[in-house]
Design a protein around this ligand. Structure first.
Ligand code: NI
Length: 216
């Protein structure tokens, strides 16, 4: 299959799997991550085909969407079915494997440029106005409350405990979203992240002010 056809077929495949999700991991998340990843890839000189293909497939095996099971078969099954060959399949699976955030104290830095680009794009979509919308959507899908002043944020140092967390959604800002700015892997990603980070800080200020009865 030619690269262009593989991308088109993969987009259709991913849309069919992710349509209708309401946890913030729907098709439009993939669409935004692909757009951001392509912008970063062009500036950073990464391989555009690898970045686009990995961006399209990056969440279909995600633990958040598979009932916390770490499944890694849908990506390789799909690429094998398309006749992508072992080398390309291995490369894409490797990129995707390095993308996911696994807890505040878990090191997920990488030396692979395509992985750096995709990791930054995926994390940027967890920041700013979109990130705020997604994090509350995800919290709601998991039955989490919005905020409880009595429950303090936890800096998870292992992936298992991070996955099991049932804390209110506001805690997620401190356990993940506000940490992302300093974990960007590319210069382009860092520049985008600073602005999105500032917006989240503004949002939290306003949230606590309203919580305490201000801005009535
Ligand atoms: Ni994602």
């Amino acid at each position: 299959m030619e690269n262009k056809t593989l991308l088109t077929e993969t987009e259709l495949f991913v849309r069919s799997i992710m349509n209708g999700d309401s946890s913030g991991h729907d098709w439009w998340h993939i669409h935004r991550v692909r757009t951001l990843a392509m912008v970063i890839a062009r500036t950073e000189g990464a391989d555009l085909f690898l970045v686009e293909l990995a961006a399209l497939l990056h969440d279909i095996d995600d633990w958040k969407l598979n009932g916390n099971k770490d499944e890694r078969n849908k990506v390789s099954d799909w690429l094998t079915k398309c006749g992508a060959g072992q080398q390309l399949t291995g490369k894409i699976c490797g990129i995707i494997d390095g993308v996911s955030f696994k807890g505040a104290g878990v090191d997920t830095s990488t030396s692979d440029l395509e992985c750096k680009v995709l990791q930054d794009a995926d994390r940027l979509d967890a920041m700013g106005a979109i990130g705020i919308a997604r994090t509350f959507a995800y919290g709601g899908s998991r039955g989490r409350g919005i905020y409880d002043p009595a429950i303090q944020p936890v800096m998870h140092t292992d992936f298992e405990n991070y996955k099991k967390s049932t804390a209110p959604t506001i805690n997620h800002f401190y356990e993940k979203l506000l940490l992302l700015k300093d974990q960007m892997q590319t210069k382009t990603g860092s520049a985008y992240a600073s602005q999105r980070h500032e917006f989240m800080l503004l949002y939290l200020d306003r949230f606590y002010a309203e919580w305490n009865g201000l801005y009535s």
